[in-house]
Design a protein around this ligand. Structure first.
Ligand SMILES: [Zn+2]
Length: 232
């Protein structure tokens, strides 16, 4: 019944590839094959504790493992995917990409030992505007593939932070450093926590969140993002 309904829906509303807008053949998930072949995968999960993602946190945050699924480049396919999620409201795309990355991470013992996924929280005002938190949907996909629960309120916003884009690196850091606090001490203690966000840039937000999680007793920390941007 479900398959029949799915087939009918596909006929009425054919799915398109979020990267190139070509129709997706039935059964083809997420992006079309030509785009999939050209997606800039990082393959960082093959070296989960020694890669450019982990290096970016060197001396700032002790990590078990870290990985981004894709490289982020202006005008590229990754940017298109993120645009679809954030500005076209494609939350299911964040979920599907999370599942996909989760399948890769399962191959690495360092990630497979994660016990709980915690998404970087969006400010409630922004979540209300957008209607959803993209990191949380991406985290749900990761949690499904890694077969671990997602703790939506593992971290909470301590106060509002103004837009990050106009600020220097130092200003950004000072702005976010005390913006988060642990929400669920009971559910975090003693766990290997996988903290997730959509894009890694300076790492200021992930660092602030990670430091808060590490204040909880016995927490070990790993990070995963959908994309990693080059530093200017
Ligand atoms: Zn495509």
């Amino acid at each position: 019944m479900y398959q029949w309904l799915n087939g009918l829906l596909h006929l009425i509303f054919p799915r398109v590839c979020p990267c190139c807008n070509q129709y997706l053949p039935r059964g083809q998930q997420v992006v079309c094959l030509p785009c999939e072949r050209q997606l800039p995968f990082t393959d960082y999960h093959r070296h989960p504790s020694d890669n450019p993602f982990v290096d970016r946190f060197w001396g700032r945050l002790p990590l078990q493992a870290g990985s981004a699924m894709l490289h982020f480049g202006k005008g590229g396919r990754t940017q298109r995917l993120i645009h679809c999620i954030k500005y076209e409201g494609r939350r299911e795309l964040a979920l599907e990409l999370g599942r996909w990355h989760g399948h890769m991470l399962r191959e690495a013992v360092a990630f497979a030992s994660a016990e709980v996924v915690v998404p970087v929280p969006l400010h409630p005002r922004k979540e209300l505007q957008r209607g959803f938190n993209q990191s949380s949907w991406y985290g749900r996909g990761l949690g499904e593939s890694l077969e671990v629960p997602v703790l939506e309120d593992g971290l909470v916003r301590a106060r509002h932070t103004v837009s990050q884009t106009q600020k220097s690196r130092l200003e950004r850091f000072q702005n976010v450093a005390d913006a988060f606090e642990p929400g669920r001490a009971d559910a975090l203690a003693g766990k290997h926590v996988l903290l997730v966000d959509d894009v890694l840039t300076t790492g200021a937000t992930l660092e602030a969140c990670g430091l808060q999680l590490l204040t909880q007793k016995g927490v070990r920390l790993s990070l995963a993002t959908l994309a990693i941007a080059e530093m200017a």
